[in-house]
Design a protein around this ligand. Sequence first.
Ligand code: ADP
Length: 199
Amino acid sequence: MTRLLLIGPPGAGKGTQAARLAEIYGIPAISTGDIFRSNVKNGTELGTKAKAFMDAGDNVPDSLTNELIRDRLEDADAQDGFLLDGYPRTTDQVRELDSFLASHGAALDAVVELEADPEVVVARLRKRALEQGRSDDTEAVVRHRLEVYSEQTAPLVKIYASRDVLVTIDALGEIDAVTERITEALVERGIAAADTTSR
Ligand code: ADP
């Protein structure tokens, strides 16, 4: 049973590492960004409401986000642990998640912060824009997303540090090397990979 959060600026590689960590720890990776994007793609009401915020690089309002994540965390596959990517993103969302976890008698095991230089992430996102054509990866929107991150999300790092659950990882370098840094740091905190032989 492992409950993890991944936090870091856009372009730090959260999605990439989330997929790998989900595999290693045998838990679902839950990305609010992915959930919103799939809603936009499928033209749902939620997607229609979220799209303008996403395209502008702004956070989607909590009124749309909190309920969505509550519902997802109630799903059967999240009962034995999860990895949250992209949530919480604001101090209000931290409060929301705290109350959800408390009401389920659960707590986070670790918060993994992926640290990366803004110029490096801008370059990575420029490359991803060419490869994937995400509508929020244009240079101006990327800069705005970085601002939103430092204003609204970066303060969360302090909150989790004060709770003694924060693990800060250098997100630069090879993808494998970053994954290894994360798993090693988690082992130091007594968080081991899933035992895949017994599954
Ligand atoms: P990144 O972290 O690279 O910016 P994400 O895929 O996590 O990308 O998020 C893309 C967009 O989805 C955000 O800019 C925001 O509009 C919306 N979003 C994702 N998660 C949240 C959240 N927890 N609260 C509000 N908006 C969110």
